[in-house]
Design a protein around this ligand. Structure first.
Ligand SMILES: [Ca+2]
Length: 469
């Protein structure tokens, strides 16, 4: 009996020892998530006015994914990124503030959407913390109210994360007024600062501090910038630089937005330099991406009369399921795994980061390691799905499926189907649904089957809707 106990004790010791060995071999992880940064907003994806030398250098050291997909708005992407589960399966299909407001003047009533990430969900942070990492969210959270803040989802440290999707201002003290008083759209834990301090810089300072705080422990830093989401506000010297550089016919036309993107690029440069200076670069995975396509509306609140950005050659922008709304930059630098300067055109989703970073199976995400080692490898995925049963400036309720070069969109208001061949028509100009009825029907059936499998909620006809005469 006693020897049996001793045997079990020794087994436990061995397991602990091998677990420790595995942990100590684990790399640090920094995920830098931009907010509303479009696919074409950085130099290495084709920007002209914007200047992103640090992001472009990271791209040269990374696998650059040319067809990486987010959901079309903030919270759904963030939920999927954190959990590896599709936003439709989680029932989180629109950003939080909008899930609480119902507009009943439209043709359809939007689907219900959860506004708190359920505690039953494992996150990248909870998995990594369980295996010994120091875990920190610095910046935007947007996955629930105060009782669902990052501390309740696996983060040891939360600097700035609230249910708010954007600060009132990018200038310290980062808060507004209104019916919430000085807590209106505030950014917590940044109370001590000075006038003139810019949020993107401050969040970077905090992220670097967390890296130093880890002090030898493996760390996961999720640096979720608010930039370049509205309000479109930037440093004066940068704005002047881009205003003087601006030429008619340039792809991008907003110097304030260009200046915001430059501050974001500065942040990436400072993180990379800090890792290098601390001798951590060779043992740190660095990922750079965005949570949805670029915002193509105007930021009238900031007094601007040009669109925030332009996702050309892709169609439309944030909110839409056309490529401009969902295709995002994705760079992955994993020392010892990725080859410098590699490119990968395989469609991937941000839900793939959960299994890739944790080693745990993803429910909807796939481990990208085969592609990180060899960008020409097969991931074995047949299709990617999108579901946005809501309205936005750019869209009415819609679902979409991407399989190979083909993409089908189904609009709920009228059942309209649109089929595009993205290889021949990346701008989604020519709807081939009528010319390709068999392919259209097959993709529509696949989309319908997927919606059933994940329990995707649908919008409903609005009986009170009165069309304008
Ligand atoms: Ca966003």
């Amino acid at each position: 009996m006693l020897s049996h106990h001793v045997f079990l004790f020794m087994l436990a010791l061995l397991a602990a020892a091998s677990g420790f060995a595995a942990r100590s071999a684990k790399p640090n992880i920094v995920v830098i998530l931009a907010d509303d940064l479009g696919w074409a907003d950085v130099g290495c994806y084709g920007a002209d006015l914007h200047e992103t030398p640090h992001i472009d250098r990271l791209a040269k050291e990374s696998v650059r994914f040319t067809q990486a997909f987010a959901m079309s708005v903030c919270s759904p992407t963030r939920a999927m990124l954190m959990t590896g589960k599709h936003a439709a399966r989680l029932g989180m299909t629109i950003w939080i503030e909008a899930s609480l407001q119902k507009n009943t003047q439209r043709r359809m009533l939007e689907a219900e959407s959860k506004h708190d990430l359920p505690f039953t969900e494992a996150t990248i942070a909870s998995r990594l913390r369980d295996s010994g990492y120091l875990t920190a969210l610095v910046g935007k959270w947007h996955l629930g109210d105060a009782d669902h803040y990052p501390e309740t989802h696996g983060f040891d440290i939360n600097i700035g994360g609230t249910h708010w999707g954007a600060p009132n201002t990018f200038w310290w003290p980062y808060r507004g007024s209104g019916r919430f008083g000085s807590e209106y759209r505030y950014v917590p834990h940044l109370e001590f600062g000075q006038p003139g301090e810019y949020l993107t810089d401050r969040l970077t300072d905090e992220a670097l501090r967390v890296i130093d705080q880890a002090n030898g422990r493996p760390f996961f830093v999720y640096l979720a910038h608010h930039a370049p989401h509205t309000p479109i506000e930037a440093k004066k010297a940068y704005v002047e630089h881009f205003a003087s550089k601006l030429q008619p016919g340039m792809h991008h036309q907003n110097p304030v937005y260009a200046a915001m993107v430059k501050s974001l690029d500065d942040s990436v440069g400072r993180v990379l330099e800090h890792l290098r200076a601390r001798n951590l670069a060779e043992n740190t995975v660095v990922i750079f991406t965005s949570d949805n396509g670029g915002y193509v509306g105007m930021d009238r609140k900031s007094g601007q009369n040009v669109p925030v950005t332009n996702n050309a050659p892709l169609r439309s922008g944030k909110g839409s399921l056309y490529e401009g709304g969902i295709r995002v930059p994705l760079l992955v630098r994993w020392p010892g795994v990725t080859s410098a300067g590699a490119e990968c055109a395989t469609p991937v989703g941000l839900g793939d980061l959960f299994p890739t970073l944790t080693g745990a199976p993803g429910v909807d995400g796939l481990d990208l390691t085969p592609l990180l080692k060899n960008p020409a490898a097969s991931l074995g995925r047949e299709a990617l799905f999108f579901h946005y049963p809501h309205y936005y400036e750019t869209t009415t309720p819609v679902s979409a499926v991407r399989a190979g070069d083909w993409k089908l969109l189904e609009y709920f208001e009228d059942g309209r189907l649109e089929l595009y061949n993205l290889r021949n028509d990346p701008a989604e100009k020519t709807n081939l649904a009528a010319q390709e009825p068999a392919r259209t029907a097959e993709l529509r059936a696949r989309l319908e089957q997927w919606r059933g499998e994940v329990g995707a909620r649908r919008p409903a006809k609005n009986p009170a809707f009165k069309p304008k005469r």
